[in-house]
Design a protein. Structure first.
Length: 367
């Protein structure tokens, strides 16, 4: 990558010392770079992160996965570029750390092979140097606190119209349905699910669960206290696995969760906050913790969410969103996640997720 291009969009006078590729994007769609610089003062950053996206030459332009990836990169560009998303939450809540956008440029003339995206953002690893795989209880609570703050900030922000046409994104530029595994975007994986006693209940429940998670249940509109009400939906991170989180070091003799920050907002869109929570617990947390302390974790997320909503002056909304509704949403979301991995391939805490999801299905009459 040209250093002249970088210099144009970094603070004036910044001297670039080194540009190093630190990761490749999935399926050859680009790379992540760390740009080390000589800071202008002691308070200036010593490095930046660059996400550079370009369409691979050997790709089927009509492939469903390709179209999904391009849309996800467009969404991420919007999330960082539009002030109501990344910049707004960074300014509003010091506990919700994410990369601060420095420069965003998307070249998109609606011609798939010409799409490219270039994002310069702050480097979270300067303050949050810890990467972890299977998370401890303390780090799990750190991430749940972040998710609660993020969800609270965008609570009630989903557009009230424009959601029924066939476009996958809202006019604001984010997904109508956050996450990369919801049914409408994973029909190939759905077809791959085996027809047997183990997986058939998940196939039978797939569309009803998808309808509930979209907030489109007819019962939700008829019953004022139904958990399927759309007013409970918020903006999701969409891919909150451990690989997308950085942590501050845990302090000895300190039980307080350390600070953390999330990145990778390709699949940010609307949904029930429990969708993020279910995916996070099913993919990123030590299996013994989710098997023995699930109620504690859900209660922790709930209390953090209520605290943040109350600080925003949304006491009525906090009162309406009860622990029982959170657990209902969590059950739906976990069933939906297991439906996806049944066709795609199991990973993470799959055994726990499947067992818990089957308990949910039984209460719903799918056995």
């Amino acid at each position: 990558m040209s250093t002249d291009l970088l210099k144009t969009h970094l603070p004036a006078g910044t001297r670039i010392l080194k540009v190093k590729q630190i990761a490749s994007l999935w399926a050859g769609y680009g790379s992540i770079l760390r740009v080390s610089v000589r800071p202008l003062s002691r308070t200036d950053p010593t490095s930046y992160i660059v996400k550079s996206v370009a369409v691979p030459t050997a790709i089927d332009r009509e492939d469903v996965g390709h179209v999904r990836k391009l849309t996800s990169y467009r969404v991420e560009g919007v999330f960082y570029e539009k002030p109501e998303f990344a910049t707004a939450v960074i300014q509003a809540d010091k506990d919700v750390t994410l990369p601060l956008p420095v420069f965003v440029k998307a070249d998109d003339q609606s011609v798939a092979e010409e799409f490219s995206l270039f994002i310069i953002m702050s480097d979270l690893s300067q303050a949050l140097p810890i990467e972890q795989g299977s998370l401890s209880l303390c780090l799990t609570k750190s991430a749940l606190r972040w998710l609660a703050g993020f969800h609270a900030h965008f609570w009630g922000s989903e557009p009230v119209d424009g959601g029924d046409n066939e476009r996958a994104i809202y006019s604001s530029g984010v997904w109508k349905q956050g996450g990369y595994w919801h049914l409408s975007t994973r029909l190939d994986e759905f077809k791959a699910i085996q027809n047997n006693k183990r997986w058939t209940p998940f196939k039978q429940a797939a569309e009803p669960i998808a309808t509930l998670l979209r907030g489109k249940s007819s019962e939700a509109s008829a019953l004022p206290d139904h958990p399927g009400k759309r007013c409970f939906r918020t903006l999701l991170h969409g891919d909150p696995k451990a690989e997308n989180i950085l942590f501050a070091a845990e302090k000895p003799l300190n039980d307080a969760p350390p600070a953390c920050g999330f990145y990778d907002f390709q699949y940010t869109g609307y949904g029930y906050g429990a969708v993020d929570v279910a995916y996070f617990l099913a993919t990123s947390v030590d299996s013994n913790i989710v098997e023995t302390r699930l109620d504690e974790l859900l209660d922790f997320y709930y209390m953090e969410l209520v605290k943040k909503l109350t600080l925003r002056g949304m006491t009525a909304q906090a009162d309406e969103y009860t622990p029982a509704i959170l657990r209902t949403h969590f059950g739906w979301a976990l069933v939906d996640w297991v439906r996806f991995i049944a066709g795609w391939g199991t990973w993470g805490n799959a055994r726990w997720a499947e067992k818990t999801a089957k308990e949910v299905l039984a209460t719903m009459g799918f056995t």
